[in-house]
Write a protein that binds this ligand. Structure first.
Ligand code: GDP
Length: 137
């Protein structure tokens, strides 16, 4: 059993595809262990994406992530980290496989609808950024 952090980014929430996205996780054997809808400030988005602070797209990415509400979730299941990333598809929707969330919903490499932790270490940091132990069920 593994846990990972999933985010439905502002573009996904705006498009009203929250249910579609959660349904894909559930159909693939992942379970929602915690969930909330929140609106990040620019500073909170910068803190979440601190690993990307030297990247040229850091400012634009954190503007995007704070432009509207997001849905954050802890997903739980066997190989949850890898499975979530498989369901999401490649970062750039142009390279994403058919049937993935990003292929079906993402606009471009930045506005790509979903986030998923990429390692156990980042899952640990990212889950604790949004949820306390008491909120994960
Ligand atoms: P992920 O793990 O697939 O989300 O990809 P990364 O960790 O590499 O990047 C984090 C997020 O930054 C991505 O999901 C995109 O929203 C954004 N991003 C990644 N690469 C680029 C890029 O080349 N340009 C822009 N504008 N945004 C990017």
């Amino acid at each position: 059993m593994e846990r990972t952090l999933s985010i439905i980014k502002p573009d996904g929430v705006k498009k009203n595809v929250v249910g579609d996205i959660i349904g894909r996780f559930e159909k693939n054997g992942l379970r929602v262990a915690a969930m909330k809808k929140i609106w990040l400030s620019k500073e909170e988005a910068k803190g979440f994406y601190i690993v990307h602070k030297e990247r040229p797209f850091y400012d634009s990415l954190t503007d995007f992530m704070s432009e509207g509400p997001i849905v954050v979730m802890v997903l739980e299941g066997e190989n949850a980290i890898a499975k979530n990333r498989e369901i999401m598809g490649a970062t750039n929707p142009a390279n994403a496989l058919p049937g993935t969330i990003r292929k079906d919903h993402a606009e471009n490499v930045e506005r790509n609808t979903v986030h998923g932790s990429d390692s156990p270490e980042s899952a640990c940091f990212e889950i604790s950024y949004f949820f306390s132990m008491l909120e994960i069920l």
